[in-house]
Ligand binder design. Structure first.
Ligand SMILES: [Zn+2]
Length: 401
């Protein structure tokens, strides 16, 4: 008998000829494997015996997955065993999901623990539930046919541009595996809390979103704005981006280097525009690009919205008080798209590059940058538009006057 043995069986969803969900450039079978391998390593580090049913991109039927698990259960009678199936979702949603058996029990407890960790570490909305088929039995094959407590985890929705932000890099997928491992460790009672400082969850400087006016910029040097690869309100997202670019650093809003990927360490905060004492109106705006999705919101002239070289395909604007109406045209539209107000909608279609922007509020000035690097003159309200017909733009600045 194996009374003291704790076993985690990891089912890595999809694989081989079955890609699973696909969205925003992420293929589920790949994200599942990266997440699962990190989960395996972290769980093993806690002393849990781990079995994983694939460690490569191979096709595997549901029957084989169930047999793999049930064979292990037969081999280790008396052991405490949990089956966790790793997936990423698609089809409309913005959350993590954990699905357990209609018989609940320990599977439900594990599902709650996993959803709670994904919520507290990643800010994910969560949904824990069971699903019955028309025969009133468990709907999902691996839950219905495995002999142990079983949970299916859907980490995030790959086809949701917001939700995908937590899993669109290998580092994030690995971090998510560590977060799930933290829940598993609690489930088996081998850890009582998650350590964000390198033991359980590794590359993880902070999980709390920064105040909205804090922005982490990925640049070679603080003063070298042209080298910027992106600006993020969440530090770990900036660090993940920075890791892709050797010779770059992450700077906070004060120009302090908070992470280095080999960039020059000397940082001299550039002088930032000081808001006039009399400022009454703050304008917040963000843009969408094919490469980045929706970029973090920026306020007034603390930054520009956009990433140099990435064409803007959508725009959203709101004010600290009052309404702002605005409209854009794209390279392929016939004139302007309909005017939108505040965050009731976005301007643009997210598929075609914006060439002209007009803001119908005479308390605002704005300018855009052509993708070739040239900032066009400031425009006030609807006296003119910003842009050049037929030319893509990659950055916009808006301020109140
Ligand atoms: Zn799946």
């Amino acid at each position: 008998m194996y009374k003291n043995l704790k076993i985690l069986i990891i089912d890595v969803g999809h694989g081989g000829t079955d890609p699973g969900a696909v969205g925003n450039g992420i293929v589920e079978k790949v994200a599942n494997l990266n997440t699962a391998l990190a989960l395996k390593a972290a769980a093993e580090a806690m002393g849990i015996k781990v079995f994983i049913n694939r460690t490569a991109d191979v096709t595997m039927s549901l029957e084989v997955r169930v047999k793999f698990a049930n064979d292990i259960a037969r081999q280790y009678p008396g052991a405490k065993i949990l089956f966790v199936s790793i997936h990423h979702n698609a089809g409309g949603g913005d959350r993590a999901e954990a699905i357990h058996s209609i018989y609940r029990g320990e599977g439900q407890r594990a599902a709650n623990l996993i959803a709670n960790e994904l919520h507290s570490h990643l800010g994910q909305q969560k949904k824990v539930y069971e699903k019955r088929g028309s025969d009133n039995k468990d709907y999902y094959y691996v839950i219905r046919n495995t002999s142990m407590d079983a949970v299916i985890v859907e980490v995030a929705f790959l086809d949701n541009i917001n939700d995908v932000q937590i899993c669109d890099s290998v580092e994030e997928q690995q971090r998510n595996g560590q977060v799930i491992a933290c829940a598993i460790g609690k489930f088996f009672g081998v850890i009582s809390s998650c350590n964000d400082n390198g033991e359980v969850i590794k590359p993880n400087p902070t999980h709390t979103p920064s105040p909205s006016n804090e922005l982490y910029r990925v640049r070679k040097l603080w003063g070298d704005a042209a080298s910027q690869k992106g600006a993020y309100s969440i530090k770990e997202n900036a660090i993940a981006e920075c890791k892709k670019h050797s010779g770059y650093n992450v700077y906070d809003s004060n120009g302090n280097c908070v992470y280095s990927n080999g960039g020059s360490q000397t940082s001299q905060p550039e002088s930032k525009p000081v808001p006039p004492q009399t400022r009454k109106l703050d304008v917040f705006y963000k843009v969408f690009t094919a490469e980045d999705g929706w970029l973090p919101e920026v306020k007034n002239l603390t930054d520009y919205a956009g990433v140099f070289g990435h064409a803007i395909r959508g725009l959203m604007i709101r004010l600290s008080s009052g309404n702002v109406d605005y409209k854009v045209s794209t390279l392929s539209s016939n004139g302007y798209y309909p005017t939108v107000r505040n965050h009731e909608d976005y301007a643009g279609d997210l598929k075609n590059n914006v060439d002209k922007v007009q803001i119908l509020n005479n308390k605002l000035k704005y300018r855009v940058r052509l993708i070739n690097g040239r900032w066009l003159p400031w425009v006030i309200g609807n006296s003119d538009f910003a842009g050049l017909e037929g030319y893509s733009i990659d950055a916009i600045e808006i301020d109140s006057i």
